[in-house]
Design a protein around this ligand. Structure first.
Ligand SMILES: [Zn+2]
Length: 254
C-alpha cells in the first residue's frame, strides 16, 4: 500500500542534490524541534549546506515528502565520507522535541526552562542519562510510529532496501556506517541521541518483517539455527527481496 504523502512542503532544487542513486539504507532521525513545518522552513530558508531528509513525519502521522527520495541531501554527517552514505540512503525525520529537562514534576524542551517550552506530551524515561546527555525524551507518538512503519515498508519495496536492522538498538560503532538496511542516526554517530531508546524497534521489526542482524548484516536468526527450519524463513525473505525490486522509477523523477 502506498502511504498518503503530503507534498505541500517541497524544498527548492538547490537545497538537495539531483543525482539519482541506488538506495540500500534508510536512516531514521528526530528533529529536536517544533513542527514539521518549522523544520522545513529552516532548511528552505537558512540552511546553506543542503542538509535535509526526504521525509518528515509529523506527530499526528502526516508524512511530508520534502523532496523526491531518489535524490539525496546530507543527513548523516559522516566526516570524511564525501556524502557517500547520504547518497545511498533515504532520510526520515520524526518531528519531536527530543531531549527534555526535568524540573520537579514538569518537563521542558529545547534546553530552556520557561512557560513557552514546557512539554506536556508523553515522556520516555530511560532511567539514566543516555550517552552523557538526556535521561528524558519526548515520546514518539503512536501515529508517528504507524506512519514510520508504512513509510519504511513502502521504501523497502520501492527501492529494494534490505529488510534488516541491527539487533543492538542503542549501540554506536563506526563500522555501522557501512550497513545496508534500516538504522537510526545514533547507530552511526556516537554524539547523536536521535533516535532515542524509546523508539519501538520491536514494532518496526515485526510490522516491516525485518531481519535482526549484527552490524555486518549477518542475520541472528541464521546464526542461531543453521540447520533448523527457520533457515528456510531467511531464504523466503531473501527471495521476497529479489522480486520486490521496483520495475521503473522514471515516474518518480519529477
Ligand atoms: Zn539525526
Amino acid at each position: 500500500m502506498i502511504p498518503e504523502f503530503n507534498t505541500t512542503l517541497r524544498l527548492s532544487r538547490d537545497q538537495y542534490f539531483l543525482d539519482v542513486g541506488y538506495k540500500n539504507l534508510i536512516g531514521l532521525h528526530h528533529t529536536a524541534g517544533g513542527s514539521a513545518v518549522s523544520t522545513f522552513y529552516w532548511w528552505q530558508n537558512y540552511d546553506q549546506r543542503r542538509v535535509a531528509t526526504a521525509y518528515i513525519v509529523e506527530r499526528d502521522g502526516t508524512i511530508f515528502e520534502i523532496f523526491n527520495p531518489s535524490y539525496w541531501a546530507f543527513h548523516l554527517g559522516l566526516a570524511g565520507t564525501g556524502g557517500a552514505h547520504d547518497y545511498r540512503s533515504i532520510g526520515i525525520e520524526l518531528a519531536s522535541e527530543g531531549g527534555l529537562i526535568a524540573r520537579g514534576s514538569r518537563f521542558y524542551a529545547f534546553d530552556l526552562v520557561s512557560p513557552a517550552t514546557e512539554y506536556t506530551g508523553k515522556v520516555f524515561d530511560y532511567g539514566k542519562r543516555w550517552r552523557n546527555s538526556y535521561r528524558f525524551f519526548a515520546g514518539y507518538t503512536e501515529e508517528q510510529m504507524n506512519a514510520a512503519v508504512e513509510l519504511v515498508n513502502y521504501l523497502c519495496i520501492d527501492f529494494a532496501v534490505p529488510r534488516r536492522t541491527p539487533a543492538a538498538h542503542t549501540d554506536y560503532i563506526p563500522e555501522a556506517r557501512e550497513y545496508r538496511g534500516i538504522i537510526g542516526h545514533h547507530h552511526v554517530r556516537g554524539d547523536k541521541t536521535d533516535l532515542h531508546p524509546g523508539f519501538a524497534w520491536d514494532t518496526l521489526i515485526r510490522r516491516c518483517d525485518l531481519d535482526v542482524t549484527d552490524f555486518e548484516g549477518t542475520s541472528y536468526l541464521a546464526k542461531r539455527s543453521k540447520k533448523s527450519p527457520s533457515n528456510d524463513l531467511v531464504m523466503i525473505r531473501n527471495n521476497r527481496r529479489k522480486i520486490s525490486i521496483r520495475k521503473s522509477k522514471t515516474d518518480r523523477l519529477i
